[in-house]
Unconditional design. Structure first.
Length: 69
């Protein structure tokens, strides 16, 4: 199990940094902590999750859906 702690001066930048880790197999662990220099969030991932993400082909195309009225 891998652990990482992300720190940021405000909640918006913390959310942006954490969101960048989701495609790499990271998941949130615990809650957001407030400290003197800003905020922190702990994330974790299993080695098997990291391998699974690497094997999946990334598609940059958005799926289009046809709406039926």
């Amino acid at each position: 199990m891998e652990y990482n702690i992300i720190t940021a001066p405000d909640l918006e930048s913390l959310a942006t940094q954490v969101a960048d880790l989701f495609p790499m197999g990271w998941k949130l662990k615990g809650s957001i902590l407030e400290h003197t220099d800003g905020f922190a969030q702990q994330v974790e991932r299993r080695p098997s999750d990291a391998l699974r993400v690497k094997r999946q082909p990334r598609t940059s195309k958005q799926r289009r859906t046809k709406w039926i009225e």
